[in-house]
Design a protein around this ligand. Structure first.
Ligand code: SAM
Length: 306
């Protein structure tokens, strides 16, 4: 089953399997895919040559020797991989260094590409690159909720021109930066309950050449729970909130009040089992569910204020 070549003292192993794009985009977190393993592998998917858009690969980096059961689990993640197609290669210390330096692989959602500095070359001329380093705040683009929100923003860009936006629970600032880059004349307020997140977001704004200021073409960063800040009062025509189902329901009243008529609200951080409850909290306040993007068990809801 395995095509393995051993070396004297490898520091780990890379298992590579072919995958389709759909499979690559649905790869779960390693901790979920390998719940019984003390040291789950690092799972990376790689985008293909543009001339072969469905030929993706899944690389699993193991710090110890992968068992047959590990390999079988990887095959289960990419059912299109033909039997015997997995390759197992020992990797040396230098490969681990390269892997950790390269950080997370770039994540693509429509025109948005979220990438670390090491992957800046993944951004093509027509893309909107968002440089984010892995750090203390949530929002590297790797999570299904961030991906769903970015894909929702990309779809909205085809039909909407937003002028006043707010991003609640901004984390790294990834969604606020996406909004500022996609609608460069908009004013954007980005908030987080966690002061560390606003510090991280400030650094990411600078890394992306986005001004931190009040006014058009800039992002105004504030630390606050929900919309409890004077700069979050008033009428926005776009609000994103990737938080959690509980707070999204609890603050439905004040969040709903920040949307102008016809305004768009993008909600994430909820599980499939919580989607109906979260949507109901907003439809009861005059919103209509206009889109839903499902990424694994993490849906993104797009609602419009009537
Ligand atoms: N917006 C980023 C993204 O889409 O990747 C980060 C989302 S992360 C799932 C949720 C963020 O919401 C965290 O940074 C957390 O500190 C923040 N948060 C949690 N509860 C909050 C609240 N009640 N008000 C504002 N921010 C909150």
């Amino acid at each position: 089953m395995l095509n393995a070549s051993a070396s004297a003292s490898p520091s780990g192993y890379r298992v590579r399997l072919p995958a389709t794009r759909a499979e690559a985009e649905a790869i779960p977190f390693a901790e979920d895919a390998f719940p019984d393993r003390e040291r789950p592998p690092t799972l990376l998917t790689d985008e293909p040559d543009p001339s072969r858009p469905d030929d993706w690969t899944l690389d699993a980096y193991f710090a110890d020797t992968p068992s047959d059961d590990d390999i079988a689990r990887l095959y289960a993640l990419v059912p299109s991989a033909p039997p015997g197609s997995a390759t197992v290669e020992p990797i040396a210390d230098t490969d681990w260094v390269t892997l950790s330096q390269s950080g997370f692989p770039p994540v693509r959602a429509g025109r948005f590409v979220v990438h670390t500095a090491a992957h800046a070359d993944a951004v093509r001329a027509s893309d909107i690159g968002i440089a984010i380093e892995a750090g203390l705040a949530f929002g590297t683009g790797q999570h299904f909720t961030t991906h769903g929100c970015l894909a929702a923003l990309d779809a909205l860009a085809k039909t909407h021109r937003f002028t006043r936006a707010a991003d609640l629970g901004t984390g790294t600032g990834v969604l606020a930066i996406a909004i500022a880059k996609r609608w460069p004349r908009a004013t954007v307020v980005a908030s987080d309950i966690d002061p560390v997140a606003t510090i991280v977001a400030r650094a990411n704004l600078a890394a992306n050449g986005v001004r931190q200021a009040r006014g058009r073409g800039a992002i105004d960063l504030v630390t606050a729970p929900g919309v409890e800040h004077p700069r979050l009062r008033g009428r926005f025509n776009l609000v994103t909130a990737n938080i959690l189902a509980g707070p999204l329901v609890a603050m439905a009243g004040p969040v709903a009040a920040t949307l102008a008529p016809g305004g768009i609200l993008v909600l994430a951080g909820l599980l499939t089992t919580q989607a109906r409850r979260v949507a109901a909290a907003y439809t009861a306040r005059g919103f209509r569910l206009v889109d839903r993007l499902d990424r694994s068990e993490w849906p993104t809801l797009v609602l419009e204020r009537g």
